[in-house]
Design a protein around this ligand. Structure first.
Ligand SMILES: [Cu+2]
Length: 697
């Protein structure tokens, strides 16, 4: 079927070329692939290819999602976007960067995983349609993998050089970015450097600028591989430094993220058995504060917070032909260590070990069979995980108020060790295209063990994994894993002129983790937690708890070629999220949206006029004091030109009519003295132009 930039076949072929040797090709019924790289196949335009034009909605990789059915971007800052997929976001989506999953550093998810995938490095974004296969690890819903550009093994033994570089600029935030890869390869060796640097100022909107929305980040690294016979080894390493970057909906901004990543992988075949294994490491050091980028509050209210997270993981799997398909059996283990404290920079005695010496270790095993069952194809998987979580001793400096000291003592007196066993099952079925129709349906049981903030946050704080609802949250040691039962059905249709890919889905989630009123008497300050929270400005804190939830919806993408040069394409998404235990809605659910474009295409260039229509969101969460938003329409004019083989220029004008609008997923402004009022929802970017130049060979 088709995908965002190239024909489905082309996208899959490119993705396969970019993945490790011997990796299995994924059926398009199971995965969407957004091809990003400047590399453009020279094959003639196919009838099911989407326009090459794509708006540039900012530096974050989650901006790629706005043209994917069911997907949206939760915006917590220019570099802090969370991927939302069919109503689930944050840690509920299984995100990987170049195949590696890791713990990020910020307790408020200032650095969601895709923070570590700058756009100039991304070749493609692979999106598991519906749910992830169990082989990709645990996760409540779908999964995504940002595949980096790479100089792959050469077809012959002659040394070949390769590069794929991108430079971009955007007027609405005065941003520039450049980066990519360059290297060399033979049949048996490959090596490339990678690097990117991006910076931008405050985003403008029709009534001014969004204060503290600037950003800066740089990354450099290497990717290398060696291949001998049926075996291939790979090594990837990189360092990313994010500098001062704003998070207007949070109480603090990013001062820095210093992160190191390393991964060694093996893929090969031993007498008919496919073997894959890897060892990976990630280390994130982070500091945030409320005075470096935003106007500083009075000295007594200034805060900074330091966080470290290190991940050590390993996985191995074997696969062989069985029962007309392939069975894969694997095991994985990951251990994450964290430490997070908070301090007043003006008072050495005001320091709190708020998430102290947290260690979470998960061990999992899975079995998955993929093959032909006669009437349909199937991917059937089972996985079991044991997650052991433990927190160290909370500590407080001598200037910390007695209420906080008492909470720390109570936390230290409690049993801070927890163990969760979870069982996931996923069955994905699809029928090969017949007369252009390919049916697909999915049944799954997916789980998520509680996160460390949800469980161990003894100190009332606005750190909540990025909820950005303005509430202060308290964790709960007794919290249980989430369990989702998922059913989806849809079809993919494609013929020479048109494509249509609708899906309907239902997700019943038991023990969904969400903030609830702290006790039976919200607003009455009768607990130490409410007392501390009230001192920090929120007399009605929320407590993480297990509730019952339901998500259902419908999404579709479709396109029609009108004649040789003209085409229309559209993506529409609708999702509803509601509580099953009380009469309320889930928080921060994308409003219904429709994106449609009319494009004029020539072999070497194309232009497109795109409209994005977003409905009101009135189904808001009362529990989270969520405000409703109005609908809006924004239009863009986009162009793409292949100057010659390997040189490509894209550009356009976004928000053509300078529409003033707020994005429901954008959060509320917490920066004083901004052109956006305190507590108001953050506006979308105003009119601006962008240009992107790619060179590759
Ligand atoms: Cu942070």
């Amino acid at each position: 079927m088709k995908h965002s930039q190239l024909s489905g076949a082309g996208a899959i072929a490119l993705a396969a070329m970019l993945s490790p040797a011997f990796a299995q090709e994924v059926d398009p019924a199971l995965q969407d692939v957004i091809v990003v790289t400047g590399i453009r196949t020279v094959s003639p335009v196919t009838d099911t290819e989407l326009p090459n034009t794509r708006p540039y909605e900012g530096p974050d990789a989650t901006t790629l999602l706005s043209r994917t059915p069911g997907a949206a971007r939760v915006g917590n800052g220019a570099l802090s976007g969370q991927a939302q997929y069919r109503g689930l976001f944050g840690p509920r989506i299984n995100l990987r960067v170049d195949g590696q999953s890791f713990a990020t550093g910020g307790p408020n998810l200032m650095d969601p995983p895709l923070h570590y995938a700058p756009l100039p490095l991304i070749a493609a974004l692979e999106i598991d349609r519906g749910v992830s296969p169990v082989s990709a690890g645990p996760g409540l819903g779908g999964g995504m993998n940002a595949v980096f550009k790479r100089v792959d093994f050469a077809p012959s033994d002659a040394l070949t050089l390769g590069y794929d570089l991108t430079a971009q600029a955007r007027s609405v935030d005065d941003s520039t970015g450049f980066g990519g890869i360059a290297g060399a390869a033979t049949e048996s060796l490959r090596f490339n450097l990678l690097g990117a640097y991006e910076e931008g100022g405050d985003t403008e909107f029709p009534d001014g600028a969004v204060a503290a929305s600037s950003f800066e980040r740089g990354v450099f690294g290497v990717s290398a591989g060696v291949r001998f016979g049926a075996h291939a080894l790979s090594l990837d390493a990189r360092r990313q430094n994010t500098e001062l970057s704003g998070n207007p909906p949070f109480g603090m901004d990013i001062r820095y993220f210093d992160a190191d990543f390393a991964r060694i992988g093996y893929a090969g075949a031993l007498s008919g058995v496919r073997v894959e294994a890897s060892i990976d490491y990630a280390d994130v050091a982070h500091e945030m504060d409320n005075y470096s980028l935003r106007p500083p509050p009075p000295a007594a209210e200034q805060r900074n917070s330091a966080a470290v997270a290190s991940t050590l993981g390993a996985d191995v799997s074997v696969a062989w032909a069985l029962w007309g398909g392939e069975v894969q059996i694997g095991a994985d283990r990951v251990r994450v260590e964290r430490n997070i404290d908070v301090a007043n920079p003006n008072n050495a005695n005001f320091r709190i070990g708020r998430l102290p010496d947290i260690e979470v270790a998960r061990t999992g095993a899975f079995a998955q069979w993929t093959g032909d069952l006669g009437l349909f194809n199937a991917e059937l998987g089972l996985r079991a995980d044991r997650t052991d979580a433990e927190a160290g001793l909370a500590w407080t400096g001598s200037a910390v108020p007695a209420g906080v000291v008492n909470l720390a003592a109570a936390f230290n007196a409690a049993d801070r060790t927890r163990s969760d066993d979870t069982l996931d099952a996923a069955a994905r079925f699809w029928i090969d295209a017949h007369d252009g129709f390919a049916w697909r349906f999915t049944l799954a049981r997916k789980t998520r063990a509680p996160g460390y903030v949800e469980r161990f946050a003894w100190l009332p704080s606005s750190a909540s994994g990025g909820m950005a609802d303005g509430n202060i949250y308290v964790g709960d040691l007794g919290i249980e894993p989430e369990v989702a039962l998922i059913a989806e059905v849809g079809f993919d249709y494609a013929d020479g002129r048109a494509y249509l890919r609708p899906t309907v889905y239902l997700r019943e989630i038991d023990d969904y983790i969400q903030g609830v009123p702290f006790d039976a008497t919200p607003g009455v300050i009768d607990t130490p937690q409410e007392m501390v929270s009230s001192m920090n400005g929120d007399p009605t804190p929320l407590r993480f708890a297990n509730v019952d939830a339901r998500l259902y919806g419908f999404d579709v993408d479709a396109g029609l070629r009108l004649n040789e040069s003209w085409r229309v394409d559209a993506v529409a998404s609708f999702v509803r999220g509601e509580r099953r235990d009380i009469d309320d809605n889930l928080y921060r659910i994308a409003p219904p949206s429709l994106t449609a474009s009319l494009a004029y295409e020539r072999p070497a260039w194309s232009i497109a006029f795109e409209g994005r229509f977003v409905a009101d969101q009135t189904e808001v969460s009362q529990t989270n004091s969520e405000a409703e938003t109005d609908g809006y329409a924004v239009f863009s004019l986009l162009g793409d030109w292949v100057v010659r083989d390997g040189v490509r220029i894209s550009g356009g004008v976004e928000n053509l009519f300078d529409e003033s609008y707020v994005d429901h997923l954008g959060g509320y402004n917490r920066i004083a003295g901004s052109d956006v009022g305190l507590g108001e929802r953050l506006p979308g970017a105003g009119r601006g132009a962008f240009v992107r130049v790619s060179v590759s060979r």
